[in-house]
Design a protein around this ligand. Structure first.
Ligand code: NAD
Length: 490
């Protein structure tokens, strides 16, 4: 693989006017595996024009027909699943098993939204007036911008794209520059599935130029963003100034609660999976274990045993469970949080960059801190790497308080066998996704996905909830009385 990945605009693969390219690097080896074009505002302009031109005929196509194209895309994606998983691992780094899981999730999203093409229901609503009918209908919002991160370079673009497309919108997609091959392969699949020219356009380039041009373009009606809070909050404000509909899914600081009646072995295994698989580079990663003091020692011992048993290495090797961080910048950021953690809490394992045969990649040993306190920076800020903090609490009430005591609200989990505390947790925890006796990670295509508080704004993704972002409602009043309205109706 040493391909130049180009933009896809108006049905053509095209290079950027700048003539500049950036390297695509395998984070497990540090090797350059290809290049990607670096675009600017001119390419965004061309892509938006193409999407605008394609909009009337795409939105006029019946929903079930749009769905048929997505069903074909799902089948093509599943045919190419192993190739896609390998490409994903090669440029993003996650272990093959995780990459295969991501490809499956992408296929599920395509199938789910393909089916929505036959539903897309409105409502019939009773009128106050005799011989009057009222109904509602969903219509597409128009040209939609999609901006995505590198950590799920296939699933996140797919879950946004499938929802946007089935609703009748046309798309300009700005993928993360670190993972261009996944965006390219997805585009190939959508083309082969039969998407008409101009319906799907891809522009690679720096977030600041391409993202801003997309967010402020007068012909872009809506922007769906997933990424950091720093960028998302800025885009949300910018979008508001330009009267765009904006949806942002951002950071997480997810907690897994362990009560004294938990199955400690299950809880420890789930914690290690949530903290270290995908190298902790998941918005849903478990970064805090909040454990009732009476079982903290036994739980920590089990966590350390599972952590020591993890196989870290090049994700392309079968059996490897933890790959590298995605790039040098992320490596530096995670290592600096580890140094902060060493000052704040007690290092129980890991805490260093891995050398030897892994020295040319961006590998960090899975790291566990004990004696962590809720106010510590490692317990408040998103680290986005293989770092877990264990926080001891007195009881259930304190566990809920600690879990909620962060700015984020994406996902959480509780391990207990007490059904009444399960329901009290459901009532009180401030996260958009809740897991009972299962890890903080994972989700299904037909279920709303997203967070509360600083994690998410602008509506949920996936499930039928996603249709609310990608459509507008029309409310239609039909009067078949044939009579003039009286003044009593207002
Ligand atoms: P990022 O915010 O740096 O980048 C995300 C995307 O925005 C990329 O395509 C990037 O090029 C683009 N971008 C960067 N600067 C921009 C700007 N000024 N204007 C417009 N676009 C810009 O995030 P990242 O490092 O790629 O991803 C990691 C973050 O994503 C983490 O915070 C993680 O929690 C979050 N994330 C959240 C979810 C979720 O659903 N809540 C899912 C996955 C990742």
């Amino acid at each position: 693989m040493t391909e130049l990945v180009r933009n896809y605009i108006g049905g053509q693969w095209v290079v950027a006017a700048s003539g500049t390219t950036a390297n695509n690097i395998n984070p497990a080896t540090g090797q350059v595996i290809g290049q990607v074009v670096v675009s600017g505002a001119a390419e965004v302009q061309a892509a938006v024009e193409a999407a605008w031109a394609a909009l009337p005929s795409w939105r006029a196509l019946p929903g079930p027909k749009r769905g048929e194209i997505l069903f074909r895309a799902a089948a093509l994606l599943r045919d190419r699943a192993e190739e896609l998983a390998r490409v994903l691992t090669t440029e993003e780094g996650k272990a093959l098993a995780d990459a295969r899981g991501e490809v499956t999730r992408a296929g599920n999203c395509l199938e789910f939204f393909a089916g929505e093409g036959r539903r897309m229901f409105g409502q019939t609503i009773p009128s106050e007036l005799a011989h009057n009918v009222i109904y509602t209908q969903r219509v597409p919002v128009g040209v939609v911008g999609i901006i995505t991160p590198w950590n799920f370079p296939l699933a996140i673009p797919v879950w946004k794209a499938a929802a946007a497309l089935v609703c009748g919108n046309t798309v300009v997609f700005k993928p993360a520059s670190l993972t261009p091959l996944c965006a390219q392969r997805l585009t190939e699949i959508l083309i082969e599935a039969g998407l008409p020219r101009g319906v799907w356009n891809v522009v690679f380039g720096p977030g600041a130029t391409v993202g801003d041009a997309l967010t402020t373009h007068p012909r872009v009606a809506a922007l769906s963003f997933t990424g950091s809070n720093e960028v998302g909050q800025r885009l949300y404000a910018l979008g508001a100034q330009h009267r765009k509909k904006v949806q942002c899914e951002m950071g997480g600081k997810n907690a897994l609660i362990v009560l004294e009646d938990a199955d400690l072995d299950l809880a420890a295994a789930a914690t290690v999976q949530g903290a270290f698989h995908s190298t902790g580079q998941r918005c849903t990663a478990t970064s805090r274990a909040v454990v009732v003091r009476s079982v903290a020692r036994a739980f920590t011992d089990k966590v350390l045993a599972y952590t020591h048993a993890l196989r870290v290495g090049n994700g392309l090797e079968e059996g490897v469970q933890v790959g590298p961080l995605v790039d040098e910048k992320q490596l530096g950021s995670v290592l600096s949080y580890i140094e902060i953690g060493k000052r704040e809490a007690r290092l129980l394992c890991g805490g260093e960059r891995l050398g030897g045969p892994l020295a040319s990649g961006y590998f960090v040993a899975p790291t566990v801190f004990g004696d962590a306190r809720p106010e510590h920076r490692i317990c408040q800020e998103e680290i986005f790497g293989p770092v877990l903090s264990i926080i001891e609490v007195a009881d259930f009430d304190e566990a809920i308080e600690v879990t909620n005591g962060v700015r984020y609200g994406l996902t959480s989990s509780i391990y207990t066998s007490d059904v009444s505390r399960v329901f009290r947790y459901i009532d009180r925890v401030e996260t958009g996704i809740l897991h009972i006796n299962s890890p903080t990670v994972g989700g299904e295509a037909q279920v709303p996905f997203g967070g509360m508080k600083d994690t998410g704004i602008g509506g949920r993704e996936q499930g039928t909830a996603a249709l609310d972002f990608f459509t507008e409602w029309k409310s239609i009043y039909i009067d078949y009385t044939g009579a003039k309205r009286t003044a009593t109706f207002y």
